[in-house]
Design a protein around this ligand. Structure first.
Ligand code: COA
Length: 185
């Protein structure tokens, strides 16, 4: 699945070194809930095995450049086929590639998949209030603030709000239409 800058592809067992290259980098994981401890190759191999099979209510994909360089991953969690919503998460694990538009492009590809191919009604996410780059990236993709879990996350000696953001299918389609109606300069 391709965007303007990135491609989403299935995870392969051979991605273990790619994943290990960032999972223990505190600069990358400081904004992620699931990494309070150092992670071993064994733990990641187990995670990767699940990612390769992509079964159940969770689907994850690797993000790479169009030239095939691994950048990170993104995922759909808690896929709810009745209420037609899912929780979104993303990481660009190679921090030298931050702020180049890759996160935004990958999120837009994921939203296209969620709304236009899986027929989801809503995509939502949780982001810590100090993660300004992620909030900006999500806003650029059309997410709006739904609310906040006040002081829901403890990090570096204090509690932070967990911001809830979401985008509805019609909001995404309107944004897509506007983008395709705008002539390129
Ligand atoms: C969040 C993340 C996916 C964004 O990916 P990215 O490729 O850097 O995102 P983009 O380049 O598309 O967009 C980032 C935007 O944030 C802006 N930004 C960066 N740091 C910022 C800051 N401290 N304050 C405000 N805006 C900031 C950038 O300027 C850019 O906006 P612009 O295009 O208007 O200039 C990436 O930073 C990441 O993986 N972080 C670690 C894991 C993580 O936090 N995941 C999300 C958990 S909710």
């Amino acid at each position: 699945m391709e965007g303007k800058l990135v491609r989403l592809r299935a995870y392969e067992r051979e991605d273990l070194d790619n994943v290990m290259s960032w999972v223990n980098d505190p600069e990358v994981t400081r904004t992620m809930a699931s990494f309070p401890f150092p992670l071993s190759r064994g733990q990641e191999a187990e995670w990767l095995e699940k990612a390769v099979m992509n079964e159940g209510d969770r689907k994850v994909f690797a993000i790479e450049t169009k030239e095939g360089e691994y950048l990170g991953g993104l995922g759909f969690m808690k896929i709810d086929w009745k209420n037609r919503n899912l929780e979104f998460g993303i990481v660009i694990g190679k921090k030298e590639h931050w702020d180049k538009g890759y996160g935004t492009d990958a999120t837009l590809v994921a939203l296209d998949l969620a709304f236009n191919r899986l027929n989801m009604h809503k995509v939502y996410l949780r982001v810590f209030d100090y993660n300004k780059a992620a909030i900006r990236c999500y806003e650029k993709c059309g997410f709006k603030k739904d609310g906040a879990l006040r002081e829901g996350f403890y990090f570096e000696n204090r509690y932070h709000d967990v911001i809830l953001m979401g985008i509805l299918k019609h909001e995404f389609l309107e944004m897509q239409k506007k983008a395709s109606d705008t002539p390129r300069s």
